[in-house]
Design a protein around this ligand. Structure first.
Ligand SMILES: Cc1ncc(C[n+]2csc(CCOP(=O)(O)OP(=O)(O)O)c2C)c(N)n1
Ligand SMILES: [Mg+2]
Length: 319
């Protein structure tokens, strides 16, 4: 049985990511957010379930669809919104934007605009842990399309021969931009590739936060006891196009409707209610708080300055 606090925290995070993404899409449409923005809508339970299994000093690397990972790893919402709005108070002083948020204080080595780019970085972090003999794990969040990059196999192989404390979480949302997975690989079950590397792997319903948590918990324990690396494939689906400006017309309507009916945030809410630990009224109060905190973050970001040209030049001189 899970504690009230644990279940409430899971739901608060699921709902925070949902509000963050849907409200940021509105801000994007108003022209307040520029550049690319890949929403994590529909995939929330993966980041939340996995990060719930981690300790404060564990590492994660994230992807181009990375807001959910940052939030689940405890990032400050004010600084995240400020980053998206290009403000000096953001995680990268407003210079990185959506795809480059890193939060070293929370063990988040960083999101990555390079598909697959986080895989060798997280593997390197796991090598560092191993060399220093630390009690830590490194978690790489990655995606189905990224696993067709050579670096996926190279990293998995090195992690295997060196028994690294590495957990690779493949968020298989079944598309790479508009290419469905059956057009990019013969084997749509990505976890099966691990057989060739003698790496333990499993597959999980990415819509069920508790299922994800339980699998991640086991995997992380194995990594801590020297039985890494491990790979978990989470089956999931985007609740829309690849990025904010992609209407996703190529996604079959019935498929989208099917996955929306398995909405991970709605599911998380039901799990919390069914546990009997929290009343409907308490859940509504959590939701109201999350929404209010998001609006306060927008105010904080809007009131924050952008970097001046001189400050920007000064950074250039340092490097
Ligand atoms: C190395 C590299 N190649 C191509 C791109 C362009 N690109 C951005 S996202 C994307 C698709 C990624 O699909 P997937 O790995 O399944 O992640 P998802 O967007 O589905 O989360 C591509 C090809 C890139 N950013 N980096
Ligand atoms: Mg994908």
């Amino acid at each position: 049985m899970y504690s009230k606090e644990f279940l409430t925290n899971l739901y608060r995070q699921l709902f925070t990511i949902r509000i963050f993404e849907s409200r940021c899409i509105q801000l994007y449409r108003k022209g307040l957010i520029r550049g690319y923005f890949h929403p994590y809508l529909g995939e929330e339970a993966i980041a939340v379930g996995v990060c719930a299994a981690l300790k404060k000093n564990d590492y994660i690397t994230s992807t181009h669809r990375g807001h959910g990972h940052c939030i689940a790893r405890g990032a400050d919402i004010n600084r995240m919104v400020a980053e998206l709005l290009g403000k000096k108070t953001g995680y990268c002083r407003g210079l990185g934007g959506s795809m480059h948020i890193a939060d070293h204080s929370g063990g988040n080595i960083g999101a990555n605009g390079i598909v697959g780019g986080g895989i060798p970085l997280g593997t390197g972090a796991a090598l560092g842990i191993s060399i220093r003999n630390e009690d830590r794990v490194s978690v790489v969040f990655t995606s189905d399309g990224a696993t067709n990059n050579g670096v996926f196999g190279e990293s998995l192989n090195l992690a295997a021969i060196w028994n690294l404390p590495l957990l690779i979480v493949v968020e298989n949302n079944q598309y790479a931009v508009s290419t469905p997975i059956d057009k990019s690989t013969r084997e749509p079950d990505i976890y099966k590739r691990c057989i060739g590397y003698c790496v333990d792997s499993s597959v999980v319903d990415g819509n069920d936060v508790l299922e994800v948590y339980e699998q991640a918990q086991k995997a992380v324990e194995k990594c801590r006891s020297g039985k890494g690396p491990i790979l978990i494939e989470a089956k999931t689906y985007r609740h829309g196009g690849h990025h904010v400006n992609d209407p996703g017309h190529y996604m079959p309507k019935e498929q989208l409707e099917y996955y929306k009916s398995k909405d991970p945030v709605v599911k998380g809410r039901s799990l919390l209610l069914e546990s009997g630990a929290v009343s409907e009224k308490e859940i509504v109060s959590i939701e109201e708080t999350v929404k209010r905190e998001f609006e306060e973050a927008v105010d904080f970001a809007q009131e924050s300055p952008e970097m001046t040209v001189d400050e920007f030049r000064a950074i250039g001189e340092v490097y």
